[in-house]
Design a protein around this ligand. Structure first.
Ligand SMILES: Nc1ncnc2c1ncn2[C@@H]1O[C@H](COP(=O)(O)OP(=O)(O)OP(=O)(O)O)[C@@H](O)[C@H]1O
Ligand SMILES: [Mg+2]
Length: 315
């Protein structure tokens, strides 16, 4: 295996006519770690990866492998394994499909059987790809990325369409690749889908960077709050207001922007209000992710230029 090298995206902008798909995006992806490239539908993930892989020309900025553009790589298949939308010739068998690429790249044919085995579809090697299920196609794309034993893997939504067993399998698979020192970048529109597979996250929304860091740092962003309820909600609301605590009313009572339940309980006590429940609410990672990307949507940053569509930046 060639060593894992960092992926560097720097000031990347990509416009399609009036649509700004990616705007001034910068981040780095480190070897030896699995990085989740996350954002809602239309955030610009695929566009970024297509620029990185030389399939689109950037409007501005760059996306490189340690400073080298994909097109300038000497042995691309042995440096970077990439799986974007799976596009297979339906009439070819899995084995033939991979053999074509191996031959073109000067990779020994024996490698084909190895990678099919590695992704768990060796038994389907002689089947035509046209009859493959979505999960089998995903595994075949992964087999393709491994052909050249590359140090960098770039995978666009590789978990889409996998069954629970497939999802478990891919977690181990990604972790193993990173543990071998490879750079692994995996996109997804769902944090929960990759939460157990990733070390780092790069979160984008509307084409712009929202957050980058470790998964743990994202967990810390999910600020704990307090849930409190009373048989007399009007009195409780008044007591919270009197204590200067901001709260929103939900099904389980009031959700108070205060991590310490003791302070909320004290406010109720001071107001002479009976409390029927009082506990800390630890918001999940997914909540934290959603509030990050929703915050970015409110800003409406990389929306189509005003006046060119009727959608007013709600894309
Ligand atoms: N070839 C193109 N021509 C015009 N607009 C495009 C083109 N490719 C992408 N876009 C637009 O760029 C934006 C980002 O799209 P992109 O496919 O990169 O998002 P994504 O994050 O991969 O979304 P998803 O989760 O749905 O795959 C969208 O508004 C999309 O419509
Ligand atoms: Mg996409």
């Amino acid at each position: 295996m060639a060593g894992g090298i960092p992926i560097e995206v720097s000031g990347l902008t990509k416009r399609f006519g009036p649509v700004t798909a990616v705007e001034d995006l910068s981040f780095t992806v480190q070897p030896g770690r699995v990085t989740g490239f996350l954002g809602p539908n239309g955030a610009g993930k695929t566009t970024t990866l297509r620029v990185l892989l030389g399939l689109e020309r950037p409007t501005g900025g760059s996306a490189t492998f340690d400073g080298t553009a994909y097109a300038a790589l000497e042995r691309p298949l042995e440096t970077v394994g990439a799986a974007l939308e799976a596009d297979f010739h339906p009439g070819r068998t899995a084995k033939n499909h991979l053999a074509v690429y191996a031959t073109a790249a000067g990779i020994p044919r024996a490698r084909v059987a190895q990678v099919l085995d590695q992704v768990g579809i060796a038994e389907f090697a002689d089947r035509r790809v046209g009859g493959f299920s979505l999960g089998m196609r995903q595994r075949l794309s992964l087999a393709y990325t491994l052909l050249g034993d590359p140090g960098v893997l770039v995978l666009d939504e590789p978990i889409n369409g996998l069954d629970p067993e497939g999802i478990k399998w891919i977690r181990v698979f990604l972790r193993t690749l990173a543990a071998e020192g490879r750079t692994v970048l995996v996109s997804s529109h769902l944090l929960s889908e990759v939460q157990q597979s990733v070390d780092d996250v790069v979160i984008i929304a509307k084409g712009r960077l929202v957050k980058t860091g470790t998964l743990t740092s994202l967990e810390l962003d999910a600020a704990p709050r307090t849930v409190v309820d009373s048989p007399d909600r009007a009195a409780l609301r008044a007591a919270l207001e009197a204590a200067g605590l901001s709260a929103s009313e939900g099904r389980q009572g009031f959700i108070v922007d205060e991590p310490d339940p003791g302070r909320v309980g004290h406010a109720a006590f001071v107001g002479g209000v009976e409390v029927s429940s009082l506990h800390r609410l630890k918001s999940g990672l997914e909540d934290s992710f959603l509030s990050l990307v929703e915050g970015a949507s409110d800003a409406g940053t990389a929306a189509p230029h005003p006046g060119t569509t009727g959608e007013g930046g709600d894309r």
